[in-house]
Design a protein around this ligand. Structure first.
Ligand SMILES: Nc1ncnc2c1ncn2[C@@H]1O[C@H](COP(=O)(O)OP(=O)(O)OP(=O)(O)O)[C@@H](O)[C@H]1O
Ligand SMILES: [Mg+2]
Length: 418
């Protein structure tokens, strides 16, 4: 207020000049205010927003873009993607943008993979880029937005995979049911033939003995006598094994219908180990020490899913450790009763869980596996969705180089008390 009249006195500026400069000042203030509002708005929007010139150099961006690249909006101006991303990634973005600048055709809802420095991992970004024109209509650059859709994508994939599992489970239950009947009559027939063959052989022996002058033993008959019983035993053993696999498949997928009931967890563990054999058999042997435990009121299908996840993780930890060597690992599953609880331990001889990620292994989407091979939902679903709902707990102990033991504690009647 003081400075304006003083300046007027000095320069003897006409009254209207004073008004003009006041208006300019107001205009500048208004512009600064508007800028500030816009700046705050674009920083608040949970999306990447940026502008680039015709050479794909950043001219502006919001906080989120800068943070993802490990810098500040001011520092980013004048830089390109090549200053931040791996060369192939930057080249891909550059090519997309140059094509857009040439053709003027916007790029809408395009999925791309971009590295996120704050998280130290690749993320899936849903991107739109539109051309920016000057007042004469010339293309001078682009404006882009992007949303991080990684979590949604992963959840969608997980959902799809769960649905696939469910339908495969149903199919497996149906197949197991169908195979069961012919196996039963095969088993009955084999044991009938076993007994019959023995009777025939005994009869031949008796005939021989009754002959006044016994014939020289026939070579072929002698060979049959020697080889038929073990061949029939092999058949019977093979059939028992198939019957066991089929029974486990039935057991495992019968629990499919999301029902709560009294479950014999020792039997669940046995069938899960049979069903999951192909996941670990190449790298590990599975052993059990199943104690006397009471039936547990729980959702059998969900507990099976937890067992399957933990066994899968154990197998992968072992695979990582023994890969390329002739070593094999061991997965040991133990159960025991502990007051009103049943405890299940799944111990592996994998490499252990490094100290620095122990806090995070139960986080949703946390995985150390390659993109596409693990979704990082196994443990989070197991603890957050399943075991917590059963009023139980899921924890682990781990020693680097030695292995990891996951410990599930379930109240015997916890689910019913809910
Ligand atoms: N038994 C184990 N030994 C060593 N590390 C493990 C073990 N179990 C889990 N982890 C670590 O915890 C991470 C998260 O496990 P989780 O089961 O939640 O996801 P994932 O196995 O990576 O993927 P998904 O189960 O969805 O296929 C794994 O990537 C791995 O780093
Ligand atoms: Mg897993």
């Amino acid at each position: 207020m003081n400075s304006l009249p003083q300046r007027n006195e000095l320069t003897d500026e006409p009254q209207e000049g004073q008004t003009a400069s006041g208006e300019r000042q107001n205009l500048a203030d208004a512009l600064a205010h508007e800028r500030n509002v816009l700046r705050t708005m674009i920083d608040l929007i949970p999306a990447f927003i940026y502008a680039k010139d015709a050479n794909s150099r950043f001219t502006a961006c919001n906080e989120l873009v800068a943070r993802r690249m490990g810098t500040s909006p001011e520092q980013l101006v004048g830089k390109t993607d090549f200053d931040f991303f791996p060369p192939e990634m930057a080249q891909k973005f550059f090519d997309d943008e140059q094509a857009l600048i040439k053709s003027g055709v916007p790029l809408i809802n395009h999925e791309e993979i971009a590295f996120d420095k704050t998280r130290g991992m690749n993320r899936v970004i849903l991107t739109s880029k539109v051309p920016l024109r000057d007042e004469h209509g010339n293309l001078t650059g682009i404006v882009g937005t992007g949303y991080d859709i990684t979590d949604r994508k992963v959840a969608e994939e997980r959902m799809a995979s769960m649905e696939r599992h469910e339908s495969i489970g149903r199919l497996a239950a149906g197949v197991a049911h169908e195979i069961n009947t012919p196996i039963q009559y095969l088993k009955d027939s084999v044991s009938f033939v076993q007994e019959g063959v023995q009777e025939l052989l005994d009869y031949i022996d008796a005939l021989h003995a009754a002959m006044p002058q016994p014939k020289e033993p026939d070579e072929n008959v002698e060979e049959l006598r020697k080889e038929m019983p073990p061949a029939l035993k092999l058949m019977a053993d093979g059939l028992s094994r198939i019957a066991e696999i089929v029974r486990s498949m039935k057991d495992f997928s019968r629990a499919d219908q999301n029902e709560v009931g009294q479950v014999d967890l020792n039997r669940s563990i046995h069938s899960t180990l049979v069903v999951a054999r192909s996941q670990y058999s190449a790298v590990a042997d599975a052993e059990t020490e199943l104690g006397e435990i009471p039936p547990v009121t729980c959702n059998g299908s969900q507990i099976n899913q937890v067992m399957l996840s933990l066994i899968g993780n154990a197998a992968e930890a072992i695979r990582d450790k023994v890969n390329g060597t002739s070593e094999r690992g061991k997965i040991m599953v133990r159960t025991r009763a502990d007051g009103e609880h049943v405890v299940i331990e799944i111990e592996d001889t994998g490499g252990g869980i490094p100290e620095e990620i122990r806090e995070r292994v139960f986080d949703q989407f946390f995985t150390t596996k390659q993109v596409g091979s693990g979704t990082g939902q196994g443990l989070s679903v197991a603890r957050r969705v399943i075991i917590n709902a059963h009023n139980g707990s899921l924890d682990f102990t781990s020693e680097m180089g030695k292995g990891t033991t996951f410990i599930v504690r379930l109240p015997v009647n916890g689910f019913a008390m809910e």
